[in-house]
Ligand binder design. Structure first.
Ligand SMILES: *Cc1c(COP(=O)(O)O)cnc(C)c1O
Length: 340
């Protein structure tokens, strides 16, 4: 198979159309077989439930080439499981988890020419998503759905080197205690757009959201979970029922314990205790872990001791170990790296 003529190292994070996408329709209470199609357009009624009431959920994962030249993806079973939970919360039919993994692998395989080579730092981003597709005007769930998987090649996250982020404590809330913060729904992102545009205008990279009920505890950013390191080298991740359970964060915690012999704790993290931490990172599929150098709380600056020029030492070890596992240079736990 011949790779596409793409300047992998200089790719950004934008949509580039690839050759195939997967489509399956849910109608009369069941999913059809699903097909790979070359048509990138979706045609739905003007009154489709997704357009009127935002009934849509999604996933994000990546395919890449390992040091041995194999095309793989990372823990797709967890994406399947999370999408099932997201769908159930929005009264959408679940796309069977085994079929989800199968369809992801099939879609990657069909777009093999777009999977960046080992060492380029680039990956093929994989976006499974589902939406209510038939017309609905009275508020109720749709009866018909479409499950699709698109892929798009994306560039290395740390292009031009690692640059620790400056984030601000947001006055906006991301998720309510019994709301939808724990599922991967487009609606969580729609309401965060104003906050992120405003943060960028004010010169910040990201928003730190607090718990909506008391505004004293750290939740997450718009699209990544926090991971903190204490001054004595313990990994701490915030616990809350309104945080999206990041697969990267869960993997990093396991890496911390099993590969690095570190203590790790998932607990409530108070805004007040941030000055006590030595390192802070944002975890998600795109960056794996992106260091935070400074947190600004209404003019009060909290500067992490790891500084503004590099990753902290524990963050760096976590990053190198997990990316080593993903790339095949460090032995992976059973089932983490799945060959296409
Ligand atoms: C997708 C997402 C993450 C990161 O999850 P990963 O599984 O690690 O990619 C974190 N927070 C939010 C709100 C998300 O939507």
């Amino acid at each position: 198979m011949e790779k596409k003529n793409i300047d992998w190292a200089n790719l950004g994070f934008g949509y580039i159309q690839t050759d195939y996408r997967f489509v399956s329709n849910f109608k009369d209470g069941k999913w059809d077989e699903g097909v790979l199609t070359e048509d990138p357009n979706v045609v739905i009624n003007e009154c489709a439930c997704v357009l009127q009431y935002a009934q849509t959920v999604f996933e994000g994962m990546k395919a890449y080439t390992t040091s041995e030249g194999k095309i793989v993806t990372f823990r797709p079973d967890l994406n399947a499981q999370r999408m099932a939970q997201s769908a159930a919360r929005l009264e959408m039919p679940v796309y069977p988890e085994d079929k989800f993994v199968e369809a992801v692998l099939r879609t990657i395989k069909a777009n093999e020419a777009y999977v960046p080579p080992y060492g380029s730092g680039a990956t093929l981003y994989v976006r499974p998503y589902m939406f209510g597709s038939n017309s609905v005007i009275g508020v109720k769930p749709a009866e018909e759905y479409q499950f699709r998987i698109l892929t798009t090649p994306v560039g290395p996250y740390f292009k031009g080197g690692v640059k620790p982020l400056t984030i601000r404590v947001s006055d906006f809330d991301r998720a309510a205690p019994n709301g939808t913060g724990h599922i991967k729904a487009g609606l969580n992102y729609a309401m965060s757009l104003h906050a992120i545009v405003d943060a960028h205008k004010q010169g910040y990279d990201e928003n730190m959201y607090l718990d909506a009920a008391t505004r004293t505890k750290v939740e997450e950013t718009g699209g990544a979970n926090f991971l903190f390191v204490t001054k004595d080298g313990k990994v701490v991740t915030p616990k809350s029922s309104s945080i999206l359970p990041s697969i990267t964060r869960r993997s990093l915690v396991q890496v911390a314990k099993e590969y690095l012999g570190l203590e790790a704790e998932e607990r409530e993290v108070y805004l007040e205790e941030l000055p006590d931490f030595a390192e802070c990172g944002l975890c998600g599929t795109a960056a794996v872990i992106s260091p935070v150098g400074k947190i600004v709380d209404h003019g009060k600056e909290i500067c992490l001791p790891s500084g503004m020029s590099e990753m902290g030492p524990v963050t760096k070890k976590l990053y190198e170990t997990l990316t080593g596992i993903q790339m095949g240079t460090i032995k992976a736990p059973e089932g983490w790296v799945v060959e296409v």
